[in-house]
Ligand binder design. Structure first.
Ligand SMILES: C[S@@+](CC[C@H](N)C(=O)[O-])C[C@H]1O[C@@H](n2cnc3c(N)ncnc32)[C@H](O)[C@@H]1O
Length: 225
């Protein structure tokens, strides 16, 4: 936790007291979640998480986001449908299958918050991002976790290796700044027009979406000399 963060974090508290379904998270993620997700609480958000496992995080999101929240989970493992409950729907499919993702998009409402906690391979993260980023509203949040796999061989990672999600996301930084790029190699695109911020943490990238236009520079005050 950083110094400016408050000690109270309902997600960490929920996790510590959890006697319901199993939750599997790195401990420093709770502050990141609460920092970016708190403004959606009790506003009936649509939340989509890739990676259901035992269903504990879906239960946690339901409680955290409050009445009326619509929680969707996706997992490749058919058993995961058994964790469905009121307000919590699970779809079974492969997050690196574009056809499955396109069908998923047609079945669910536009998403306020998307969390990618699925299989964490490079292809899964990149394909899911390419297909699902447009399904997130503006404003909305796209969060990818366990990005340390970009450095781990068994997930297809390696330091500065091409086609890892970390390297892929570094290119997105150029598109976030495309308004200022003089080279024709990078042009303003849908990402430029929809990405308000990219915040990197240990193993997590949070992309905040908002409708973006060309930046405006102004001056006020008087000349001093
Ligand atoms: C880390 S667990 C999810 C943990 C859960 N979000 C939690 O916090 O308790 C990762 C899940 O991703 C699922 N998974 C792995 N590969 C997948 C794929 N290609 N498509 C969808 N889900 C996948 C696994 O079956 C597993 O249940």
């Amino acid at each position: 936790m950083i110094e400016t963060e408050t000690n109270t974090n309902p997600l960490r508290e929920y996790f510590e007291k959890n006697d319901k379904r199993l939750i599997h998270k790195w401990m420093h993620y709770f502050d990141i979640y609460h920092r970016h997700f708190a403004r959606f609480c009790n506003r009936q958000p649509v939340v989509l998480e890739f990676g259901v496992s035992h269903g504990g995080s879906l239960q946690m999101w339901k409680e955290y986001f409050g009445p009326g929240a619509r929680i969707y989970g996706v997992d490749i493992e058919p058993k995961c449908v058994h964790v469905q409950s009121d307000g919590v729907t699970v779809y079974i499919g492969d997050q690196q299958d574009r056809r499955f993702l396109r069908d998923l998009k047609s079945r669910i409402e536009p998403v306020d918050i998307l969390i990618d906690d699925g299989g964490h391979t490079m292809k899964q993260q990149i394909v899911t991002f390419e297909e699902m980023y447009p399904a997130v509203k503006e404003p909305g949040i796209y969060l990818i976790e366990d990005l340390h796999t970009s450095y781990w061989k068994k997930y297809g990672g390696g330091l500065r290796k091409r086609r890892t999600f970390i390297e892929y996301s570094k290119r997105l930084i150029d598109y976030l700044n495309a308004w200022h790029i003089e080279s024709r190699q990078v042009r303003v695109d849908d990402f430029t027009r929809s990405a308000y911020s990219m915040t990197y943490y240990d193993s997590v990238l949070v992309i905040e979406k908002a409708k973006m236009g060309p930046p405006v520079v102004r001056q006020t005050g008087n000349l001093s000399f």
